[in-house]
Write a new protein. Structure first.
Length: 401
């Protein structure tokens, strides 16, 4: 972060931040998406805290109604399942903090001494894996209990634990019943982004090959872009994990209430685009080796290179088309019009014919190169195999998405 800000004027930094905030607000206003989800979750957390304060402080008349809203606001998590899991962990940590702080106060009969006695022990216990990330609340609870100045008694400890339980119930209930977070849209978005980026990489390689303006540095750029695809695959895996977790404890009721977003694509799609990414990585690595003057392999030249560039362009077009379908499925899950389906089939057939013709010409070129240069024939054969693997994964077959 410090390196990113080095040399940046405060005015420019403030302008960029303001622009980013404006874009996020505009995106949240325009339609469903990650920005709107964040707004909803933030408002739900604030509402849960206010409700807990109203119940504990106003309705029950508790003059120290701090624990309930504090727990409630923390437990409005990204998924209902995580709210329940973290609620149990936090409740256990709060109970432990209350008991240890009360015991330390009884032994020392002094708040400062009780803090000195209890905090080191509680911070050590906070690292227990069973508490997850909620272990620190044992120590903070001890601080609240001792700072309140209430005498040590079973009633006081029970009161604090009851406040925590009340806040946990309210926070989890608000998260589960008021627009519960379902992260199915993230899978659509990440799949569409991965398909779009794969098409971009293939188009960039095809354009450079056809213009004959590339070298080892250009090939290194392709390799860097393919590495970015690997990061996209990791983001997709994370989105899939969030999607599966967000359906736990919420999917059945939401299906009845018709609140859930469109179903996420099957996991087979993740595996398919992971294979596509692997093939693109292998393709760019082969080109980088062929472009290295210190290596034996040499890239084929002439018409066969132009044919291969056209082939990559065709595969990139198919990636972009599938990215559009994935994005459209997330936005509008309604069945497609019959005419649209027929047009898609016609386009797929024409593209398939073009692909077959390019493949036939490349096979002829491979045979010619085999009789001229073994190194060039080896490189062309490897590139052709990778293109065939890509086409097998992203060929323009009509899909009901």
């Amino acid at each position: 972060m410090a390196q990113a800000l080095r040399g940046v004027r405060p005015v420019d930094w403030a302008r960029r931040e303001a622009t980013a905030v404006g874009q996020a607000v505009r995106a949240a206003w325009q339609g469903p998406g990650r920005e709107r989800d964040l707004v909803v979750q933030s408002l739900k957390a604030a509402g849960a805290a206010l409700l807990a304060w109203a119940v504990a402080g106003v309705w029950l008349g508790d003059p120290m109604a701090l624990m309930a809203p504090w727990v409630a606001v923390v437990l409005v998590q990204a998924t209902v399942y995580s709210s329940v899991r973290q609620g149990a962990q936090q409740f256990g940590a709060i109970c432990l903090g209350s008991l240890v702080a009360s015991g330390a106060q009884a032994v020392t009969d002094d708040n400062t001494g009780a803090l000195a006695l209890s905090l080191p022990l509680l911070m050590l216990l906070a690292n227990w894996p069973r508490f997850g990330q909620q272990g620190v609340y044992a120590a903070t609870t001890a601080v609240f209990v001792l700072a309140a100045g209430t005498p040590v008694s079973a009633v006081a400890v029970g009161h604090r634990v009851g406040q925590a339980a009340l806040g946990a119930v309210i926070g989890i209930a608000v998260n589960a019943l008021v627009l519960p977070p379902i992260h199915l849209r993230d899978v659509h978005e990440n799949l569409a982004a991965l398909a779009r980026d794969a098409g971009d990489v293939l188009h960039a390689v095809a354009d450079d090959l056809r213009e004959n303006e590339w070298d080892a540095q250009t090939a290194a750029g392709w390799t860097s872009e393919s590495a970015r695809l690997q990061r996209r695959v990791q983001a997709l895996a994370s989105a899939r994990s969030w999607s599966q977790e967000s359906l736990r404890l919420t999917y059945g009721p939401l299906r009845v209430l018709h609140r859930a977003p469109p179903p996420a694509p099957p996991e087979d799609e993740d595996q398919r685009w992971t294979r596509v990414t692997g093939n693109i990585t292998a393709l760019t690595r082969t080109l980088a080796v062929a472009a290295d003057e210190n290596r034996t392999p040499a890239l084929p030249e002439g018409p066969v290179l132009d044919l291969y560039a056209r082939l990559l362009k065709l595969i990139g077009d198919s990636c972009h088309a599938q990215a559009g379908r994935l994005k459209g499925a997330a936005a509008d899950p309604r069945p497609k019009d019959v005419k649209d389906v027929k047009d898609a089939k016609g386009t797929a057939e024409a593209t398939e014919e073009t692909m077959e013709e390019l493949h036939r010409q490349l096979q002829d070129g491979l045979r010619r190169h085999a009789g001229q240069s073994a190194a060039q024939a080896a490189v062309l054969g490897a590139l052709l195999l990778q293109a065939e693997n890509l086409w097998a994964e992203v060929g323009p077959e009509p899909r009901d998405q």
